[in-house]
Design a protein around this ligand. Structure first.
Ligand SMILES: [Mn+2]
Length: 475
């Protein structure tokens, strides 16, 4: 295909020549004779003529397939050039804006006059690649620094949060990969091991060993890294770390030699995918599978808190991973015992104004509660689920929100923060409070009365929010 490019800036001409050849046959039309001569001597197809005259183009056997690229550097109007090109029979006309953005904005207003012309902005074209390359290179520098810092250590601990989830497990594997270590020279550990059945299954299927760690054993390691968690989580038992990689909001109260915390990312595995890509290390199928599963599970397959980068990491890992294995790990979520709690919730729960609330009574393990909360979120017409259960002496409340603007984290803080621990974010939250304290505050409730109370609290919370919104709108 033939391209006739009408440009006046040498840098733009040389760049287009590099970029378009050999896919296109390119010829440049410039106004300045000395510039034409110089570029011609450099081996480029170029001629000098007046781009505002129709006969300049008529001499060039224009066909309907000739593509015109007209540079607009915003110093001089290109209106006459466009008219001449069109009068000579040009139909494929593209304007490449190379001037300042505000100048282009002014042109934007004038664009309707230019009719069937396609506009490109040079800065917009360059930006995605340049930004990606620069951030990858900065990430590379950062990764190489911590790789060197960890290189001479004998024993390394990669510490995860309690009851590690897929993102924590995958991040542990990924970091071990980045540090080019094996399971004997870099231990993946947690103070409390994996308990949820699907996470156990993931750990087994991918052969990820999580060792039990006690605070006294921290000293036995030359370097400590935390992934998917920050040292403050360990409540004063760990006040410094050599490396912290996490996607939860940054917390004060600890020191770290290196850290990479990106709270706008959907998973820690997304951050580590960028680290792995930046330094070009070999990613094993096992690591890729773990990370892909982690991204899927931390973002609920992109249903909550997802960033473009999560999708990019997913796309990058997909061909490296074992998709069949992931399907198997996901199937592990459904177990007979879990269905028992789902059944209890469905018998005793109530659905009101898209909020499903249930109390499942006593449960031997905590995971039955969030599992049930996730389960009912799949129902049509359900936007919030609030599931409570008793584990030991504690009342555990799991809240899931899909689609309401109100924040689930604020809901649990509003009603439970003064009784125990309560926190979370917009889409998911959890409260764990002593059952006695719950009863002292909300009444000596049992069974369905607990669910009814929670439904009432939700109702109040969601309606006071609506009232607030109306107030703001009225203002
Ligand atoms: Mn995570």
């Amino acid at each position: 295909m033939r391209v006739l490019a009408i440009c006046q800036d040498e840098l733009v001409i040389r760049t287009l020549d590099e970029v378009l050849l050999p896919s296109f046959e390119v010829e440049f039309l410039v106004e300045s004779k000395p510039l034409a001569r110089r570029l011609h001597e450099a081996g480029m197809e170029v001629f000098a003529a007046d781009p505002r005259r129709v006969d300049t183009y008529l001499k060039q056997d224009i066909t309907p397939n000739t593509c015109f690229i007209v540079e607009d550097n915003s110093r001089r109007s290109i209106k006459k050039i466009l008219e001449a090109a069109r009068d000579a029979g040009g139909t494929l006309i593209y304007v490449l804006h190379t001037g300042k953005r505000h100048a282009n904005a002014r042109l934007e207003a004038a664009r309707p006059d230019t009719g069937d012309v396609t506009h490109f902005d040079l800065a917009e074209l360059v930006r995605p690649t340049l930004v990606t390359e620069l951030s990858r290179s900065m990430t590379r520098a950062r990764v190489q620094q911590y790789q060197r810092y960890f290189a001479d250590a004998d024993r390394v601990l990669i510490l995860l949060h309690n009851d590690p989830d897929p993102d924590a497990l995958a991040s542990g594997l990924a970091l071990r990969n980045l540090l080019r270590r094996t399971k004997t020279t870099a231990i993946i550990g947690a103070m409390q091991g994996v308990t949820r059945p699907e996470n156990l299954r993931m750990a087994n299927m991918l052969d990820i060993q999580v060792e039990q760690i006690t605070p006294t054993s921290f000293a036995a390691f030359d370097r400590v890294a935390t992934v998917d968690v920050q040292p403050h989580y360990f409540g004063g038992m760990l006040d410094r770390a050599d490396l912290v990689i996490d996607h939860h909001p940054e917390q004060p109260g600890y020191s770290a030699v290196f850290k990479d915390i990106r709270a706008d990312y959907g998973s820690t595995s997304t951050i580590l995918t960028e680290h792995l890509r930046a330094v070009d290390v070999n990613i094993s199928e096992r690591t890729a599978t773990a990370m892909l599963y982690a991204i899927k599970s931390d973002t609920l397959f992109f249903a909550r808190h997802t960033n473009r980068v999560d999708l990019e990491a997913f796309t990058f890992l997909y061909p490296l991973a074992d998709a069949a294995l992931i399907r198997k790990m996901e199937g592990a979520e459904i177990t007979l015992e879990r269905l028992e709690y789902v059944t209890r919730a469905s018998r005793s729960g109530q659905l009101r104004e898209q909020v499903f609330t249930a109390f499942i009574g006593e449960a031997p393990r905590e995971d039955f509660i969030p599992y049930t909360a996730d389960f009912f979120l799949q129902l049509e017409d359900v936007k919030w689920t609030i599931i409570a259960g008793v584990v030991g002496q504690m009342l555990v409340v799991s809240v899931r929100n899909l689609g309401y603007s109100r924040n689930a984290g604020e809901f649990v803080k509003r009603w439970f923060a003064e009784l125990g621990s309560a926190g979370g974010h917009r889409a998911m939250a959890k409260a764990v409070v002593p059952i006695d304290r719950f009863r002292a505050k909300y009444g000596n409730l049992e069974g369905e009365a607990v669910a009814a109370k929670l439904a009432e609290l939700a109702d109040q919370f969601l309606h006071e929010a609506a009232a607030e919104k109306k107030l703001t709108a009225a203002r």
